[in-house]
Design a protein around this ligand. Structure first.
Ligand code: PEP
Ligand code: CO
Length: 412
């Protein structure tokens, strides 16, 4: 692999480039009660070893370039929100094994390589639609992920605690250790143990992410070392905002969520900011339009971006545009809607002659009852049986495998 060239932006490393985002508005950041305590924690994080290495992130970019060219498929998935007590060997193994099974069915059907990227080993913070949650007239800060606060509805648990950022780092390290063991030594009990596996999470808490940037001594380039691929969510992708600025400074593969309000101009602007060199594999657009909107909104985006000459990866997240509240109050999603959006995504790409790059799912290896439908037929009444998610409803293992088999048929 040729070494990346030094670009001007990286001449004066690295504090300025790592922290330029501070001059811009940053959406969805916790209200840390003690900024000095936060500062002490980020200083400690800066001294800790990287979790992933630049070579690995570069390799993922090369793999994603093949997806952008239409020669491979991206499978990205895992929890909506990982939790600190979800790092048991069994739980990590189950997620890894389920991803492996999904990847195998996609690879068989498509006769193409599958690039497997977990929402794992770092997915500990969440953007929320409201800053407060009110129960029985009592308002408390909303749960923002284990990296920030706790789920219990008490003032103590909900107060953002920067020590949790260190716990997120260590929980990521523990999880990564297992994943590295499974891929290196085949200790996973699945057929695809020896394959590459990459990690990803939403780059939400910028104090955490920038404390974990590291300069690659080979190239002088800056990388996020908290995970291989980092994505920017639908609520934080403002073009002049801190998250896009931060992402523009690191060399990892970057994902950006695009919801039903996204326009082709928004997407072209994101390409200019995040992928000025038009490097295939650098940028992945994660389309999350909703089953009702995908066929209307997505074609214009794909068409104009393709016409611009940019080579991005298109991946379908059929989860986040299809959430609703069940009568019981549980947040849920219908398997049929998830399937409908996925099918719409494939139709759009088929009509335009572009490559449907893959799928981005929220799922778990456990037999939870969080999404309704599927052959198993979880019903609305059954949601209470095993609803474990700390945030959004996930497909259980059987639902995820069923969806993957249908997606595989689209590639056949
Ligand atoms: C998520 O991926 O969990 C998420 C919050 O997605 P989005 O930014 O698309 O709403
Ligand atoms: Co989610």
């Amino acid at each position: 692999m040729t070494k990346p060239e030094l670009s001007r932006a990286y001449d004066s490393l690295s504090d300025d480039t790592a922290t330029a985002w501070r001059r811009l508005p940053a959406a969805q950041q916790p209200d840390w009660p003690d900024p000095a305590a936060l500062h002490r924690v980020t200083e400690e994080l800066r001294e800790l070893p990287p979790l992933v290495f630049p070579e690995e992130s570069d390799r993922l970019r090369v793999r994603l370039a093949a997806v952008a060219r239409g020669e491979a498929i991206l499978l990205q998935g895992g929890d909506c929100a990982e939790t600190f007590d979800g790092t048991s060997e069994e739980q990590v193994r189950n997620k890894y094994a389920a991803l492996g099974q999904m990847a195998a069915s996609l690879a068989d059907a498509a006769s193409a390589p599958v690039v497997t990227v977990g929402r794992i080993a770092g997915q500990y913070s969440k953007p929320r639609s409201r800053p407060l949650e009110v129960r029985d007239g009592v308002p408390l800060p909303v749960y923002r992920g284990d990296a920030v606060n706790g789920t219990a509805f008490t003032a103590q648990a909900r107060t953002p605690d920067p020590q949790r950022l260190k716990r997120a780092y260590h929980a990521s390290a523990v999880t990564l250790n297992l994943l590295r063991g499974y891929t290196a030594y085949g200790a996973c009990g699945t057929e695809r143990c020896d394959d590459e596996f990459f990690t990803s999470h939403e780059a939400l808490i910028l104090d955490y992410e920038s404390a974990l940037t590291r300069t690659d001594p080979e190239s002088g380039g800056m990388y996020g070392s908290s995970g291989h691929m980092l994505w920017i969510g639908e609520r934080t992708r403002q073009p002049g905002g801190a998250h896009i600025e931060f992402a523009s400074r690191i060399r990892n593969p970057i994902g950006v969520k695009l919801g039903p309000e996204a326009t082709a101009d928004d997407a072209l602007d994101l390409i200019d900011r995040l992928d000025p060199d038009r490097k295939p594999g650098r940028l992945t657009f994660i389309s999350r339009m909703g089953a009702g909107a995908v066929r209307e909104v997505l074609p214009d985006l794909v068409e104009k971006i393709t016409a611009s000459g940019a080579q991005v990866v298109w991946v379908c997240d059929p989860m986040h545009g299809n959430t609703f509240s069940a009568p019981s109050g549980h947040k849920t999603r219908r398997f049929a809607d998830i399937l409908d959006e996925t099918t719409g995504f494939f139709e759009v790409h088929r009509d335009l002659g572009t490559h449907p790059g893959g799928i981005h799912l929220e799922f778990t290896g456990e037999p939870v009852t969080e999404c309704v439908g599927g052959t198993d037929g979880v019903t609305l009444d059954e949601l209470c049986h095993r609803y474990d998610s700390a945030c959004d409803p996930r497909l259980n293992r059987r639902q995820a495998l069923e969806l993957a088999a249908i997606v595989a048929d689209h590639y056949r």
